[in-house]
Write a protein that binds this ligand. Structure first.
Ligand code: PAF
Length: 287
């Protein structure tokens, strides 16, 4: 596996693949890799001759009071995992390579970026869309793979690729979960043992709400019950629990089409410093 940190070396390596007639799949990440990321790598290997994984903790998608500085950076362990996973290139640019002096462009996808995480984290999806546009332009992959765990992000990227006529297949990969059902996330590293077990209330509440809706409980009632369950488990603030159209993410008041149930909430139990971890999850719900 080649570890590449500058664009000219990346372009040379990719030109070699193309000259040999090989296809390329890209897995964009911010590192702190876990089995969820490796499931993207495994899926990428089935789709292309060559796999490029990017690791870039993208400052433009973090708000001023978010965890950019604290975000786990574990490049040595990450590169060992990627090497063992058969990845061809680890693309790991520095901030100056990605955002050189004078950088002045922002990609904004309106509508689908504005609610849910977009409302809770203003500017987040502009940062995601900008860096993903750049990564797609840099690598020019045949396919790019993203986890369904960040379901709204996946929807935003699909919109971006459609609207800008980018010639890349966007592949969504199902959320990888721990045996007890918690969605794998780099931010789980922030959780204490007590928080880790309380965090299970998030997938449990989503599953209970989905079953309730499917057996006739009104959507608003099921959503309120899910939020109450999160509060009882110790989540300190709930950004949203919402039922949305599975494709457009438009909010739904009744389960009358394929839908997605999404939740985001903060947990921080018995901390003297007031630190909280924001967790997100989502599941498919069909009528
Ligand atoms: O999902 C992530 O890890 C990031 O949002 C992404 C897509 C790599 C963009 O920075």
């Amino acid at each position: 596996m080649q570890i590449i940190r500058n664009l000219s070396t990346l372009y040379d390596a990719l030109a070699g693949f193309r000259a040999a007639g090989e296809t390329v799949a890209l897995v964009p990440t911010m590192g702190a890799l876990h089995d969820g990321h490796m499931s993207l790598v495994r899926a990428a290997r089935t789709r292309a001759d060559r796999v490029v994984v990017s690791i870039f903790v993208n400052p433009t998608q973090f708000g001023p009071n978010e965890d950019f500085d604290a975000y786990p950076r574990t490049e040595e362990a990450d590169s060992a995992l990627l090497r063992a996973g058969g990845v061809d290139i680890l693309w790991a640019p520095g901030v100056r390579e990605m955002y050189p002096e004078g950088f002045a462009t922002s990609v904004r996808i309106s509508g689908i970026s504005d609610h849910l995480d977009g409302a809770a984290r203003p500017g987040h999806f502009d940062g995601v869309a900008t860096v993903v546009s750049k990564l797609l332009g840099q690598v020019r992959p045949d396919a790019a793979l993203f986890g369904e765990k960040d379901y709204q992000q996946l929807a935003v990227i699909r919109r971006l690729v459609t609207d800008l006529n980018l010639r890349v297949e966007i592949v969504g990969v199902p959320t990888a979960r721990a045996e007890d059902g918690l969605a794998l996330s780099s931010r789980n590293a922030y959780l204490t043992t007590e928080e880790r077990s309380a965090a299970l209330a998030l997938p449990h509440a989503l599953n209970a709400a989905a079953s309730a809706m499917q057996t006739g409980t009104p959507v608003a009632t099921a959503l309120t019950e899910a939020m109450d369950a999160l509060s009882r488990a110790g989540f300190s603030s709930i950004d949203y629990v919402a039922l949305c159209d599975a494709g457009t993410l438009a909010p739904l008041e009744s389960l009358d089409r394929p839908a997605r149930l999404l939740g985001a909430a903060r947990i921080g139990l018995n901390r003297t410093d007031g630190f909280t971890t924001r967790l997100i999850d989502n599941i498919a719900v069909n009528p």
